[in-house]
Design a protein around this ligand. Structure first.
Ligand SMILES: Cc1cc2nc3c(=O)[nH]c(=O)nc-3n(C[C@H](O)[C@H](O)[C@H](O)COP(=O)(O)OP(=O)(O)OC[C@H]3O[C@@H](n4cnc5c(N)ncnc54)[C@H](O)[C@@H]3O)c2cc1C
Length: 191
């Protein structure tokens, strides 16, 4: 979290890392050459007592798609939707693959009960009803994470929004009750 926008480093292996960098909306990404990206990452990720970033080669670049959408119902006749086809969620909360798998598990149970010999279509018939509350819960969490880290997502006065975001981060770090809720919402378990 930084006044100039979000920056993140996610280690993928001993020699590979993914960086994320928020740039002002409407900006031409062509203007962001490697040196400018490194300089911005170094500034935003600098922390007291931590080594400076080790520069390396960018092997892939992408612009993150932050669109969101939920299909209600998650089916049309005999066509059932699961995963990103049913609901797009920002990557901010790391939830998309998780809820895609949960959809697939629920759908597979419904299909087996309906077509696996028992001929019972009740679970399949409740697919949307069972999955949508979960999907919205994760959308809400993802939205919270996005507005916590990203300057652009918060909107309004930059100083005010930065102070608000720091206050929320303070709750996560220092308030045991809020921290517990956050951990539960983030990884789905309490302990
Ligand atoms: C940068 C980033 C980080 C992420 N991090 C996380 C994370 O930490 N945790 C998490 O849970 N989620 C994360 N996600 C989200 C996650 O990747 C997606 O939500 C998940 O992959 C959705 O799975 P899916 O099977 O629904 O769709 P997809 O994974 O998109 O699979 C759809 C497949 O269908 C194929 N396809 C498309 N059209 C056709 C066609 N016409 N015919 C045949 N095949 C076709 C595509 O090639 C693709 O292989 C992240 C996403 C991004 C972008």
């Amino acid at each position: 979290m930084h006044r100039q926008g979000f920056a993140g480093q996610m280690h993928r292996s001993a020699s590979l890392t993914r960086f994320m960098l928020e740039v002002p909306g409407g900006e031409d990404y062509g203007q962001w050459d490697d040196d400018r990206i490194w300089a911005e990452l170094e500034q935003r990720l600098a922390a007291a007592g931590r080594p400076v970033l080790q520069r390396g080669e960018f092997i892939e670049r992408d612009v993150l798609d932050l669109r969101v959408r939920v299909c209600d119902p998650m089916q049309h006749g005999r066509v059932f939707l699961a995963g990103d086809a049913a609901h797009l969620i920002t990557p901010a909360g790391g939830k998309g693959m998780n809820i895609a798998i949960q959809d697939a598990v629920e759908l597979s149970h419904g299909l087996i009960e309906r077509y696996g010999g028992r001929g019972d279509g009740r679970r399949l018939g409740r697919y949307t009803q069972v999955r949508l509350p979960q999907v919205w819960r994760h959308q809400e969490f993802s939205n919270l994470m996005l507005s916590l880290f990203n300057t652009g997502a918060a909107g309004g006065n930059a100083d005010f929004s930065y102070a608000l975001r720091r206050a929320r981060l303070g709750l996560i770090m220092n308030d045991p009750q809020f921290a517990r809720w956050f951990a539960h919402a983030y990884v789905g378990v309490d302990e």
